[in-house]
Design a protein around this ligand. Structure first.
Ligand code: NAP
Length: 300
């Protein structure tokens, strides 16, 4: 239980509602900033304006998945209020206050450092990334179906990268009956791809390996699907780029060649916001519980 914890939940989309639901169930007291247009009320959660918040008693600050933008704005889809998080606000929090976000950037790193508060990026955790790969794959399947006139079953699919996303993508498309090959650079990844019953290839051979590809799915956050690679793809190939913005594809060249290339960021929040929110809520609840237990241990 999180009884006695005071937490500021600042901005966010439908995923944040699952976090609010979970934390209020665990008896935390929440200040909701950027939620005034939300019809639903949660017992134990109070909607507040940013300038009304008493940061001096906050044990934690929870930001949406993107954290802030580079000017400090926090995305608030349930509000028209402009919410900017500053170092001054964080400095008012107690020393033990932790800031949670999905990812970070120079601005958020800068203000948490200036205020000397710990920043936890949930998407850096393996467990979150692996759970998140499940709705990501489902979103990828949805895009493959929407943007092709052939079945996934029987088609040639090349997946780039055998990380947390790549592995789930490759496994699921294989299970749907596609002929899946996976490109990686590490010998242990090539071994794992073979063990999974898929066709491995080294990324050095990417140009040679994509000649018969129907769908190319990239998970490598690096300009890897270059003009030279795209020039070797059949004209009907669909490229789905899952890597974080700006993706790993030369989109300009793909368009020039008439090859459909889609950058597909944030699929979990689009196709399964409830599940994506629950993934974050469960991990956050555990982290907050650990934090509370640690502090209680110190006080004893
Ligand atoms: P990950 O586990 O770190 O996997 C990244 C993959 O890229 C690994 O196979 C890694 O191989 C490879 N890689 C990285 N740098 C490379 C390089 N210089 N050359 C060759 N290969 C390289 O990350 P993930 O969790 O799978 O996420 C992959 C990407 O998808 C990230 O950009 C993430 O933000 C994004 N993502 C998008 C969505 C969405 O909805 N679109 C959802 C979740 C994640 P090595 O081990 O050899 O480095």
């Amino acid at each position: 239980m999180l009884t006695g914890m005071q937490i500021a939940v600042i901005g966010g989309d439908a995923r944040q509602l699952e976090i609010i639901r979970k934390l209020t169930e665990l008896d935390a007291r929440l200040s909701l900033i950027g939620f005034e247009q939300l019809d639903h009320a949660f017992t134990g959660a109070v909607k507040e304006k940013l300038d009304e918040v008493d940061f001096s008693n906050m044990d934690a600050v929870i930001l949406p998945v993107p954290g802030t933008n580079l000017e400090g704005y926090v995305e608030t889809i349930f509000s028209n209020e402009k919410v900017i998080l500053t170092a001054e606000m964080l400095k008012k929090t107690p020393d033990h206050c932790t800031v949670y976000s999905g990812i970070s950037n120079n601005y958020l790193n800068g203000i948490t450092k200036e205020a000397n508060r710990q920043l936890v990026q949930l998407f850096e955790r393996d467990d979150v990334a692996i759970y998140n790969s499940i709705p990501t794959v489902e979103g990828t399947i949805m895009m493959a179906i929407q943007h092709t006139d052939f079945t996934i079953h029987g088609s040639n699919i090349a997946v780039l990268g055998l990380g947390r996303c790549g592995m789930s993508v490759a496994r699921t498309f294989h299970a749907l009956g596609a002929k899946v090959k996976v490109g990686a650079r590490k010998s242990e990844h090539l071994a794992r791809i073979t063990e999974m019953g898929l066709t491995p290839f080294h990324l050095n051979d990417l140009g040679k390996e994509v000649k018969d590809t129907d769908i190319l799915i990239n998970t490598i956050p690096l300009q890897i699907v270059s003009a030279s690679v795209i020039s070797k793809l059949p004209a009907h190939t669909l490229i789905i780029d899952l890597a974080s913005k700006p993706g790993g594809t030369d989109f300009r060249y793909a368009e020039k060649r008439g090859i459909k290339a889609l950058l597909a960021p944030g699929l979990p929040g689009i196709v399964a916001p409830k599940t994506a929110g629950q993934i974050l809520a469960n991990v956050l609840a555990q982290l907050l519980q650990d934090d509370l237990s640690k502090r209680k241990g110190k006080i004893k």
